[in-house]
Design a protein around this ligand. Structure first.
Ligand code: SAM
Length: 232
């Protein structure tokens, strides 16, 4: 199984942050994940390569015009179809449903995505009506563009693709698994600036370590995110 992602963005170079670094770069190199960007500016119709205009009805800022966006999205969807994937087009928007762990577990079942990153005051609504099958939000705050939310989405989905993480079990025991936050982690040295690693982790007693970790997870969740415990 591999993940195919097409991103429509005015800032394609930003995506080097995930294709050229870390676990996601390794996934690209292993052929487990591929990403292609499509810049609406390359589909602009005038000599100025214009991609935005003033909103009808007035108001502040600019809106992304429909024609270059539609053309870029169609090219992105065509690549997905060529790869044998039924394209799902997601508009990253603060008005979308939040990207939660539960949502990520749903998304990981799909082999491909077309992601639309807005800029300025957003996108002409008609393109969204025609193309977007889903709206996803990074959270209840407004960013300057959809690129960071798109990268967040790609990053957390791609690390769940089998083979991407070196240790396949590690994703199973992380924060949000069982609706709990992860227990505290320690590594060498045993004493750092006078602070010692909890004795139980050095005991070699696996059952006790597991019990301690479970307790710590519950305590942390109670302190930091008590609402998660309702579903735990
Ligand atoms: N005027 C828009 C509104 O009120 O819904 C916000 C536009 S925002 C300045 C520009 C672009 O950033 C949006 O089109 C969207 O693609 C992206 N964006 C901003 N905040 C986001 C969030 N929390 N999640 C996902 N995308 C976001």
């Amino acid at each position: 199984m591999s993940l195919h992602v097409d991103v429509v963005t005015l800032f394609p170079e930003m995506f080097g942050a995930i294709t050229q670094h870390g676990v996601t770069r390794r996934a690209v190199e292993l052929g487990l994940f591929d990403l292609q960007t499509w810049n609406p500016r390359d589909y602009a119709m005038d000599n100025y390569r214009r991609v935005d205009d003033r909103p009808f009805g007035g108001g502040p800022g600019m809106v992304m015009i429909p024609e270059p966006l539609e053309a870029a999205l169609s090219a992105a969807k065509a690549r997905q179809r060529d790869l044998g994937v039924a394209p799902h087009a997601v508009y990253l928007s603060p008005q979308g449903r939040p990207l939660t762990h539960a949502k990520v577990m749903e998304l990981v079942a799909e082999p491909g995505w077309v992601l639309l990153c807005g800029r300025y005051e957003g996108v002409d609504e008609r393109v969204l009506e025609m193309i977007a099958t889903d709206y996803l939000s990074a959270g209840d705050y407004v960013l300057t563009g959809g690129e960071l939310p798109a990268m967040m989405m790609i990053d957390c989905i791609s690390r769940l693709v089998p083979g991407v993480l070196n240790n396949n079990v590690s994703a199973e025991f992380e924060t949000f698994h069982d609706n709990l936050l992860e227990y505290p982690q320690y590594t060498r040295p045993e004493v750092f600036m006078g602070k010692k690693v909890p004795d139980i982790l050095l005991s070699g007693h696996h059952a006790n370590v597991e019990k301690w970790r479970r307790e710590q997870s519950i305590i942390r969740t109670l302190q930091n995110r008590p609402e998660l415990l309702e579903d735990a």
